[in-house]
Design a protein around this ligand. Structure first.
Ligand SMILES: [Zn+2]
Length: 333
């Protein structure tokens, strides 16, 4: 392990186990952001998946570690705390998008360790075969669906004169995956219609990518998981005109009201992107809280419509002391 990593891990551990750390975190809430829990850890280790995916072993390791150092509470406990605050800092888990693996792989572990979570759904995807472009394009280019679909997509990209990833034939798996990660990040700037066209050139997976409403209701009825909106189409809200912005928020809100018993009064911005105009529309749709992606801990101050979260990657789930290092950085003035 690199020296820098070792220092971060050690300082993170010391921080959580010192009176300084305990004092700074007293009465504070930490909100964590996850996306997917895959069925295998090696798959989640690859750089192009590392940020958005964790493996089951890493996820369970994280849950055990969280239970040791924090009170694992529902998100609303942090946002609307009751008077009886405990000594220990509180942590709430959130998952973005509404991936099917949240039911298959995350939920059983949440139940086993009795850790509550909130899942934010991009509602157009729930119960449909609609696909998230970065997953379909990324895995097709990675070759997860075989060589033929990969070549087909590359030829399609060439036919529309779009650059193709250059190092995809690199022999080193991690380097190849890192190149793909950078390529996918570059695609974010493309027009959403173009991304949809590219996704259409990718083969259908055997299972839908997203949860269905039956899975949503069954997790909700456990009492351990609650749901909120993460856009309808996952469009970046800051890029929409006023009419489309209003439609996107209403459609996602209505889908949650139809599909769940007790949807959360919390919005979750796709990609974390928000500005004053977006926050105003969110407030006009009766949401008192909204989650962004800026790092920081929550103390009941700051803008409730741009709440900070700490992202959890496979790397941090494997080494949660790295997370306490980031929390420590977040508590410093
Ligand atoms: Zn998202």
């Amino acid at each position: 392990m690199a020296i820098k990593q070792l220092i971060k891990r050690t300082s993170g551990w010391l921080y959580l186990n010192s009176s300084v750390g305990r004092n700074q975190l007293h009465g504070a809430g930490v909100i964590l952001m996850l996306h997917r829990v895959l069925s295998n850890d090696r798959a989640a280790d690859l750089p192009h998946r590392n940020e958005l995916c964790v493996g089951p072993k890493a996820f369970e390791h994280l849950l055990v570690w969280l239970r040791k150092h924090f009170d694992c509470v529902p998100l609303m406990e942090i946002l609307q705390p009751n008077a009886l605050r405990t000594e220990r800092p509180q942590v709430a888990l959130t998952f973005d998008d509404g991936w099917r693996d949240n039911a298959a792989n995350a939920f059983p572990l949440l139940q086993k360790h009795q850790v509550p979570a909130s899942i934010f759904l991009s509602t157009d995807f729930i119960g449909s075969r609609q696909r998230f472009w970065w997953e379909s394009i990324g895995e097709t280019l990675w070759g997860s669906h075989g060589e033929k679909p990969r070549m087909h997509l590359i030829e399609y990209l060439q036919s529309i004169h779009h650059p193709v990833p250059v190092l995809l034939d690199d022999i080193d798996v991690d380097r190849r995956s890192l190149t793909l990660l950078h390529y996918l990040q570059g695609l974010k700037a493309l027009d959403p219609m173009m991304l949809e066209r590219l996704t259409d050139e990718c083969p259908q997976e055997s299972q839908p990518q997203a949860l269905d409403w039956h899975q949503v209701r069954s997790m909700e009825s456990s009492g351990l998981v609650r749901f909120g909106p993460h856009g309808a189409s996952h469009a970046i809200l800051t890029g929409l005109d006023d009419v489309h912005l209003g439609e996107e928020i209403s459609r996602s809100r209505d889908a949650l009201l139809n599909g769940c018993n007790r949807p959360l009064p919390v919005y979750c911005y796709p990609n974390g992107d928000n500005d004053e105009r977006v926050r105003e529309q969110i407030a006009n749709h009766d949401y008192p809280f909204a989650l962004g992606t800026g790092s920081g801990i929550y103390r009941g101050t700051g803008d409730p419509l741009n709440l900070p979260r700490f992202g959890v990657s496979q790397r941090t789930a494997r080494n949660p002391e790295l997370l306490s290092w980031r929390i420590y950085r977040g508590t410093r003035p």
